[in-house]
Design a protein around this ligand. Structure first.
Ligand SMILES: Nc1ncnc2c1ncn2[C@@H]1O[C@H](COP(=O)(O)OP(=O)(O)OP(=O)(O)O)[C@@H](O)[C@H]1O
Ligand SMILES: [Mg+2]
Length: 218
């Protein structure tokens, strides 16, 4: 299998503090990798760097064979918009927009027509069990429903890679199962997934688990 993303000795310092220390890792196309570790160990920071949202202080990142140039904003956003879907620790739906519009945003950004984006957003919301709730704003949806909207948004452009940071963090057992099933289905259809979780039972459902402590892989 080919490598989708690899990090070579990636370090990240903020205000003199080393948050990530020489992290090297490779994720193959089609893999489902979980990332575990204590609070503050650097999991989200690692995910932001893999998602090209944050730049390392030193080290190299390769995405699909291409060395990432963190000073080339245009290329960065091209890769981010078209090839990576992010499900954040706190879902960050846009509060003023409806569920439908939230899912449409990345498609519009990638240049899709409004009509086409709306059709696909509708389809995705239906697949994720949200039919009839397209016109609701995030505050009119439950936490589990909001998280499903966030996943629909993350997969809107059919990304190669989904980065999910505690996607089930604030959910009850039933909604956790729904979200995990969605991620596993996406993975079965070929999408590579890297998921941060503090839940050991969820992490063992991945193909492989990476553990991070004090900014280092263990
Ligand atoms: N922009 C920043 N400026 C300063 N410190 C930061 C910044 N981002 C993260 N940190 C620090 O880096 C460390 C790692 O943070 P990170 O968010 O990656 O941890 P985490 O493993 O995701 O934790 P949690 O499980 O609580 O989400 C923490 O000590 C945090 O305070
Ligand atoms: Mg975090």
């Amino acid at each position: 299998m080919s490598l989708l993303i690899s990090l070579r000795r990636v370090s990240k310092s903020v205000e003199g503090e080393e948050i990530l220390r020489e992290v090297s890792l490779e994720v193959k196309r089609g893999e489902f990798v979980s990332v575990i570790g204590p609070s503050g160990s650097g999991k989200s920071t690692l995910l932001y760097i893999m998602g090209l949202l944050d730049r390392p202080t030193s080290g190299e990142v390769f995405f699909d064979g291409e060395k990432v140039d963190f000073s080339d904003e245009e290329r960065l956003s091209e890769i981010r918009n078209r090839r990576i879907g992010f499900v954040f620790q706190f879902h960050y739906l846009i509060p003023e927009l409806t569920a439908l519009e939230n899912v449409m945003v990345p498609m519009i950004k990638a240049g899709m027509s409004r009509k086409e984006a709306e059709e696909r957003a509708c389809d995705l919301l239906r697949v994720f069990g949200l039919s009839g709730k397209e016109r609701r704003k995030p505050y009119q949806l439950s936490g589990g429903e909001q998280q499903r909207v966030a996943i629909a948004r993350a997969v809107a452009n059919d990304p190669d890679l989904i980065l999910a940071d505690e996607p089930t963090g604030n959910l009850d057992t039933k909604n956790t199962e729904i979200v995990m099933d969605l991620l596993e289905d996406l993975n079965s259809s070929g999408t590579t997934i890297v998921m941060v979780t503090h839940d050991a039972e969820l992490s063992i459902r991945a193909d492989r688990t990476i553990e991070i402590r004090d900014g280092r892989l263990v």
